[in-house]
Write a protein that binds this ligand. Structure first.
Ligand code: F6P
Length: 335
């Protein structure tokens, strides 16, 4: 008999605190968790079951799709379309929103997800993850269109990510703090191992893709130069650098021991105001990071206040330990 709190127990206990809760949301979350367990299994088998490599297609963003991008997208769809909790879904891997097929009942929520974040890392056996966000379908809308998904991050009911690393983790928020669960493969359940996760206000660790240095704006260049110079450049401390190139893994590190993560605005491709997607990556991760006491900004505004105008919109992302992110915001104000 295990002695921990399972994610199912945790969710039902949370539900009991909300007067009038129907159990619909708990049941939806349960389906998302099941999908992540299925994905964890697929990812962990890798080359044994022939799931590595490219799929021979591009996604809407013109990026080469990996076989696992397609497989995991399908797992999310199949696990979540049937139960009657959702009015529609949207995925980083699909051009348009996904309506719930006619044979299934419809519900009051919208599910938005990146089925396999960091998938360029999959063939080299580095951690990847699934990011998701749950929104309410606008009242009286039964056949949602893409515009019904275009809600700012502040409207999210829940956000979470699964991290497929040395162990599989699930990190969740419903706006009441952040909790981390570890998959116990012996019982097939996520067990609460990291209650009330909290990001330290100070850090000496930064994460950025340095190869983009020549494309950065002045405030970011100034900040990173100071980190590189450390005490020699007037900062009170020296810094260390990490870049996993899987946002979920970089963010999990920050949730665990603090840090600052940046994929800022740059001039590399003027058609893209940033690399990361607002709906599938920046908003859900911002909800989690803010709930853990961190800060998330584009440099100029709070990410969760950005009014989306496209499902696949990109934004600059700067997030993590409060005192460092606030310094970068100040540098943006100073120009
Ligand atoms: O698609 C997003 C992503 O894979 C993130 O998970 C990660 O932080 C980033 O792209 C890596 O970008 P780059 O390849 O420029 O290091």
């Amino acid at each position: 008999m295990h002695s921990g709190t399972t994610i199912t127990q945790f969710m039902i206990e949370e539900q009991r605190r909300i007067r009038g809760a129907s159990g619909d949301f708990t049941s939806l979350l349960n389906d998302v968790v099941t999908a992540c367990k299925v994905i964890s299994n697929a990812v962990s088998q890798g080359g044994l079951v022939g799931v590595l490599g490219t799929a021979g297609s591009d996604n809407i963003q013109g990026e080469v799709q990996k076989k696992l991008d397609v497989i995991t997208n399908d797992i999310m769809i199949k696990s979540n379309e049937w139960a009657g909790h959702l009015a529609g879904m949207a995925s980083e891997e699909m051009d348009d929103m996904y309506p719930i097929p006619k044979q299934y009942p419809k519900g009051k929520y919208l599910l938005v997800f990146d089925p396999l974040d960091g998938s360029s890392n999959i063939d080299v056996n580095i951690s990847v993850g699934t990011i998701f966000s749950i929104l309410r379908c606008p009242p009286d809308v039964t056949e949602p269109t893409a515009k019904d998904f275009l809600q700012p991050g502040t409207q999210q009911v829940c956000a979470g990510f699964a991290l497929y690393g040395p162990c599989t983790m699930m990190v969740l928020t419903t706006g009441n703090g952040v909790n981390g669960f570890t998959l116990d493969r012996n019982i097939g359940e996520f067990v609460l191992t990291h209650p009330k996760m909290s990001i330290p206000e100070d850090t000496q660790e930064f994460a950025i893709n340095m190869s983009n240095q020549r494309y950065w704006e002045a405030p970011v260049a100034r900040y990173i130069n100071e980190c590189l110079g450390g005490k020699a450049s007037g900062r009170e401390k020296n810094f260390n650098m990490r870049w996993i190139a899987s946002m979920v893994a970089d963010v999990y590190r920050i949730l665990t021991r603090g840090g600052i993560f940046m994929y800022p605005k740059d001039t590399k491709d003027p058609s893209k105001p940033g690399r990361l997607r607002l709906m599938y990556e920046a908003n859900p991760i911002s909800f989690i990071v803010e709930q853990a006491g961190g800060v998330c900004t584009t440099g100029r505004e709070r990410i969760m206040d950005v009014k989306p105008d496209d499902l696949h919109q990109r934004v600059p992302v700067i997030l993590g330990s409060r005192n460092e992110v606030e310094r970068v915001i100040r540098y943006h104000k100073e120009g």
